[in-house]
Ligand binder design. Structure first.
Ligand SMILES: O=P(O)(O)OC[C@H]1O[C@H](O[C@H]2O[C@H](CO)[C@@H](O)[C@H](O)[C@H]2O)[C@H](O)[C@@H](O)[C@@H]1O
Length: 146
């Protein structure tokens, strides 16, 4: 079992090499393109710990995220509630998507010069997905959820 997992991991690393060893290739690929950064929270910005309420990110990580957000629009996407993950990260200049992207919030003030103030996904969620989910739940009124 362990060897099989190691094999799967090695294959994944071949298919998706570390960004740190591919910087030159990344720089070439993004020439002439706008960059946006999407980051996960648990296990990416914070370590995985037993108690989810104790999954704090370090200050060094917070400074790194703040600095990168000065250059590119930066978003945190999490399975957690948006408010919860925003509290953990504590940076006003980011986009936050909680509940696996169902709840999106724009930064109060965008620090990167070329930030696009309009978030089409947000508008899509507000105008289409939310009413659709509401409609689906209404039609399930007589069902029990377990
Ligand atoms: O999308 P993410 O930001 O990665 O959130 C996914 C889940 O993260 C949290 O659970 C995970 O991290 C916990 C703290 O380190 C750990 O105890 C747990 O085993 C992990 O699954 C969070 O508690 C969940 O609500 C998120 O869905």
């Amino acid at each position: 079992m362990f060897l099989a997992l190691v094999h799967i991991y090695d294959n994944l690393r071949l298919k998706y090499p570390s960004a740190l060893t591919s910087i030159e290739q990344i720089v070439n690929n993004v020439k002439g393109k706008r960059i946006a950064l999407f980051l996960d929270y648990d296990g990416t910005l914070s370590p995985i710990v037993d108690n989810p309420d104790h999954a704090f990110m370090s200050n060094a990580m917070r400074v790194a995220v703040r600095n990168v957000a000065k250059c590119f629009p930066t978003a945190i996407i999490s399975g957690r509630s948006r408010e919860r993950v925003r509290k953990f990260v504590g940076l006003k200049e980011l986009y936050y998507a909680g509940s696996h992207g169902m709840d999106i919030m724009c930064p109060v003030q965008s620090p990167a010069a070329d930030h696009n103030t309009e978030v089409p996904n947000y508008i899509f969620l507000r105008n289409y997905v939310n009413p659709t989910i509401f409609h689906i739940f209404r039609s399930f009124k007589s069902y029990y959820f377990i």
